[in-house]
Write a protein that binds this ligand. Structure first.
Ligand code: IVH
Length: 675
């Protein structure tokens, strides 16, 4: 292949994977594979400089910022790190540094080795020691302003020098570090998502990225994100806060910032290699995920001497631990039916130890992937556990393939209800379209009863299982016909728990409309859309009668969502279920009757909350506003009606003042919501 064609091909490929990684937070290939392609492209461009184009993936710092948050420029670009995958590559990094510094390669340069946190980089601006802004990395030059979300992370000091306020801090500075999920919090969040039928986060990094971009601050605050800081950036012309990196970390700590405590001053590259070796296994016992070690030249003056390329500092490198792999037998390829009817294959494995846990299931993505990798039942396969919680099957060991093996094919029928599976032409996912499929009903009911939907306490997974298996429940409506006697006869139930459950089911008849809309499992309708629809229509009957255009006109509801809502409500099977629910006393209407009818006190008003309120937590304030028909947004714009400023209010307050938006103090806000 001629170089121009290959260069073009690589650019397309890298752009695709950059978008998967930076914009969608859903990478399809490993970092190592990506880096290998990037290196190949860099080498080709270096050999053919006439083919370099300004928009090649090699010619920019990072990806594109996502939409939805205001964009803010960084004080100086947030660079990325070059990766090293072996001791040799680390030695090469050291040798290169020595060449640049014009010193003997045997020189024992002082380095600081830090654990590489598997999270998301963040830049925090402090003015006179107060946190005024939090910005994601974005494309490295500018990122998304997520200050309200960042302020909910308790590990981030709102002002520096907490214990000794007289401590001197620079007038303006940007502190940089990594926002991450501790393993335990990550597990908790995923357990909750599973219980609610929401898709799981693949790894803590995706979870942190998804959380920081959440528009609902209350959710962010509950998630338990943490942060480690490791860099101080000052405006041009300012002297550094310390002459070494080691002392900079100590200074950060003295200001009250969280600094990962296992960092070590290593004199010479051998000491660095020892550090990496020590953590190869020990890292599994840490409270957070780490996928490597970051090695940084300690001397700040020397760093300035060696400088940076457009993408990486020359004074630092990331050593990546290899993803852990094991070989085991693939016993069976089974399929799982989700609540929307999506049918996905997964691997049932001979149990094997991998990355500190025993693994017996792994993802196989979809039918196409299985065919592409020619993975068959009975194969000896390689499984890999990288940053993701669910390991993946890499591929078969062909030499060990049983002689009677046959290619796998997707079942043509649903394993649960035996309906034929369908697949629209342009999709990769097969579906069971039978809404009465027991597997779908099981998942759907678990979601319907969950805390963020109808919130029916006591109607958990095992009970749902029994009710579906015994044929007591086929649709959501059947839940409202359950009697004390039926329930008391179930496994692990007695008269008392049966009575409690009947009461909980009874109470859910009066649940607000958004809970019903979220619970009934309309594709693309999450909690936020459900609330927007409830706010606009107020009653299921009104929504059912609404033309597509009217649904599409609701704020926060787009064309795809509106079509999905309309087609759900047009399906006679769904209509029958909704009618039966109504007949069994489920209200499906809010007292206010929707914006279209009676207007509530705060209908049409948009609020931004900033700072700490003394009388109630932020999420409660948000709930009060929403209950009165108002909307809560995370960023101030000309459309904002009120900014409610508590103590320690930051840049939002300034922005409100600049835009002439009305600012309410806590007392004024109280008066408004009490009125
Ligand atoms: S230093 C200019 N130190 O890894 C140097 N980065 O792969 C900037 N990361 O973008 C980074 N732990 O988001 C540094 N101890 C650590 C880190 C760390 C995690 C992240 C950071 C960076 C990425 C590069």
């Amino acid at each position: 292949m001629d170089p121009a064609t290959r260069i073009h091909e690589l650019r397309q490929l890298l752009r695709h994977h950059e978008e998967r990684y930076y914009v969608h937070d859903a990478p399809e290939i490993s970092d190592a594979e990506f880096d290998a392609r990037m290196r190949e492209l860099s080498a080709l461009e270096a050999a053919h400089p006439d083919l370099i184009e300004p928009d090649s993936p090699t010619q920019r710092v990072g990806g594109r910022p996502a939409e939805g948050f205001p964009t803010v420029a960084h004080l100086e670009p947030m660079l990325s790190l070059e990766n090293a995958y072996s001791a040799d590559e680390l030695r090469e990094f050291h040798a290169r540094l020595c060449r640049t510094l014009d010193v003997d390669p045997a020189t024992p340069l002082p380095y600081v080795a830090e654990l590489k946190i598997d999270g998301l980089s963040i830049a925090l601006t402090y003015e006179r020691g107060r946190l005024v802004r939090g910005v994601t990395r974005g494309d490295g030059v500018q990122g998304e302003e997520v200050t309200t979300n960042v302020r909910t992370i308790r590990a981030i000091p709102l002002r520096l020098g907490g214990q000794s306020p007289q401590m001197s801090v620079p007038e303006v500075m940007e502190l940089r570090g990594e926002v991450y999920f501790p393993r335990a919090e990550f597990q908790r969040v995923n357990d909750e998502r599973e219980a609610e039928g929401e898709p799981l986060f693949a790894n803590p990094r995706n979870a942190a990225a998804g959380t920081l971009r959440t528009l609902d601050t209350a959710i962010v605050s509950r998630r338990g994100l943490r942060v480690f800081l490791y860099q101080v950036v000052l405006p041009q012309g300012n002297a550094p806060v310390a002459s070494s990196h080691h002392d900079t970390l100590a200074q950060l700590q003295a200001w009250g910032c969280p600094v990962e405590r296992h960092h070590r001053l290593c004199v010479g590259i051998d000491a660095v290699l020892d550090f990496c070796e020590e953590w190869r296994e020990a890292r599994h016992a840490l409270a957070f995920e780490t996928d490597g070690v970051v090695i940084k030249l300690d001397d700040v003056a020397l760093r300035a001497t060696v400088g940076a390329t457009a993408k990486f500092p020359r004074w630092a490198v990331a050593f990546k631990f290899p993803a852990e792999q094991a070989r085991t037998r693939l016993k069976e390829i089974a399929v799982n039916v989700g609540r929307t009817g999506a049918v996905t294959p997964y691997a049932v494995l001979e149990p094997v130890r991998l990355g500190g846990t025993t693994v017996q299931m792994a993802t196989l993505h979809n039918e196409q992937e299985i065919a592409r990798r020619d993975i068959r039942e009975g194969d000896l396969v390689f499984v890999e556990k990288g940053g993701d919680i669910i390991p993946k099957v890499l591929g078969p060991v062909l030499a060990e393939r049983p002689f009677d093996s046959a290619p796998w094919s997707m079942p043509t029928q649903c394993p649960n209800c035996h309906s034929p599976l369908t697949k629209p032409g342009n999709e990769v996912v097969w579906r069971c379209d039978n809404i009465a499929c027991p597997a779908r009903i099981r998942r759907s009911l678990q979601h319907f009863a969950s805390r963020r939907a109808m919130d029916i306490e006591g109607l958990g997974e095992s009970l749902v299982d029994q009710l579906v298996t015994l044929g007591h429940v086929h649709t959501y409506a059947d839940v409202y016909s359950l009697t004390d006697d039926t329930l008391a006869a179930l496994d692990r139930m007695g008269p008392k728990s049966a009575a409690n459950l009947v009461a909980a089911i009874g109470a859910s008849r009066n649940a607000p409309l958004w809970r019903v809309l979220h619970g009934i499992g309309i594709r693309h309708v999450g909690e936020g859309v459900a609330k927007a629809l409830a706010r606009a229509f107020g009653a299921m009957a009104t929504l059912r009668a609404a033309p597509l255009e009217q649904i599409e006109a609701v704020p926060d509801v787009g064309a795809v969502v509106a079509r999905s809502v309309r087609s759900f409500l047009d399906d006679p099977r769904n209509q029958a279920v909704l009618d039966a629910m109504a007949a069994r006393g489920v209200q499906m209407a809010d007292a206010h009757g929707g914006d279209a009818d009676t207007l509530r006190a705060l209908t049409g008003k948009t609020f931004v909350l900033t700072g700490t309120l003394a009388s109630m937590p932020r999420d409660e304030a948000a709930a009060r506003i929403e209950a009165l028909g108002g909307k809560v947004s995370s960023s101030v714009s000309k459309k904002t009606t009120y900014v409610v400023a508590g103590t320690d209010a930051g840049s939002k307050l300034e922005k409100a003042q600049a835009l002439g938006v009305t600012v309410l103090d806590e007392a004024q806000f109280q008066a408004l919501i009490m009125a």
